[in-house]
Design a protein around this ligand. Structure first.
Ligand code: GRF
Length: 200
């Protein structure tokens, strides 16, 4: 199956997915919305096609999303993977990729959608935090959950320490979700996630 991965910055989740060398998965391209996205260098090193669709070059979200969709569709991917992609996507874009658009969010959704999730978790005083891979639907950070991982919030944690602990889990669960999709075991059916062969 062909994958296109979208990044905005560091790209460590992209790197984890590529390093996982998932059988049957081919990363056709890595596309960034910022020319200075650090993660592009790793993709180039791996000999993967990279592209920049700079959101600043477009007058509106609609125009940017249309250009982004054109860049993606040129690769005819089976799956589009948002990996630290920090732009809110229009409903038209999300609908176009319904059932084949995944995102990772650094919280146990539905807790703490949006930005600064680790700060919010510390402020809320939760004892358990984590990460979620979900299918993307028009409402931000609200799509059907594919896989989650929990980590403890420890005494003395600051945002950076907690972020590190969560990120380690992100790098484990995102390749897992992609593996399920590539194996044809993961589908979105009538708005619900189905993982075939998962034990009860
Ligand atoms: C990750 O924590 C991801 O969940 C969040 O932004 C961070 C991106 O990290 N949306 P990276 O670019 O994958 O290293």
């Amino acid at each position: 199956k062909k994958l296109v991965i979208l990044i905005s910055g560091r790209g460590s989740n992209m790197e984890a997915i590529i390093r996982a060398q998932i059988p049957g998965a081919e990363v056709s391209a890595v596309i960034a919305n910022r020319p200075d996205a650090e993660g592009l260098a790793f993709a180039v090193d791996q000999g993967i096609v990279t592209q920049v669709v700079d959101h600043k070059a477009y007058p509106s979200r609609e125009a940017f999303d249309a250009a982004l969709a054109d860049a993606i569709d040129a690769h005819r991917p089976d799956l589009v993977v948002l990996a630290g992609f920090m732009r809110v996507l229009t409903d038209a874009f999300v609908t176009r990729y319904a059932g084949r658009l995944l995102n990772i969010h650094p919280s146990l959704l539905p807790s703490f959608p949006g930005l600064h999730t680790h700060r919010k978790a510390l402020e809320a005083g939760v004892r358990v935090h984590g990460a979620t891979v979900h299918f993307v639907t028009p409402t931000l950070d609200c799509g059907p959950v594919v896989i989650q991982a929990a980590v403890p919030v420890l005494p003395g944690d600051d945002e950076a320490a907690l972020a590190r602990r969560v990120l380690e889990q992100e790098h484990r669960i995102y390749p897992q979700a992609v593996r399920w999709f590539v194996d044809g075991r993961l589908t979105l059916t009538d708005g619900r996630v189905l993982v075939q062969g998962e034990r009860a």
